[in-house]
Design a protein around this ligand. Structure first.
Ligand code: SF4
Length: 77
């Protein structure tokens, strides 16, 4: 079985660019204040969600492994 991820958006950092929605339309949505929310805070490992996290201009999207809490993105230094 593949990894399970926990996906979080730091809305104090999100600037509402909407790029995450472009990368992963099924992974994120913007609320009326243009703040991003993960559609599925717990999800199977997913390249589109990872691309969204990598593409976020302010690194507001954090992905960790659901079971261990290990950082997927941004990676630990
Ligand atoms: S790409 Fe980043 S800054 Fe832009 S809406 Fe998504 S989480 Fe917010």
């Amino acid at each position: 079985m593949g990894d399970r991820w926990h996906v979080e958006v730091d809305r104090s950092v999100c600037i509402g660019s909407g790029m995450c929605v472009n990368h992963a339309p099924d992974g994120f949505r913007l609320d009326t204040a243009r703040q991003s929310h993960p559609e599925h805070p717990e999800t199977d490992a997913n390249e589109r969600v990872l691309a969204a996290a990598e593409g976020c201009p302010v690194e507001a999207i954090m992905i960790t492994l659901l079971d261990s809490g290990e950082a997927v993105f941004p990676p630990d230094e």
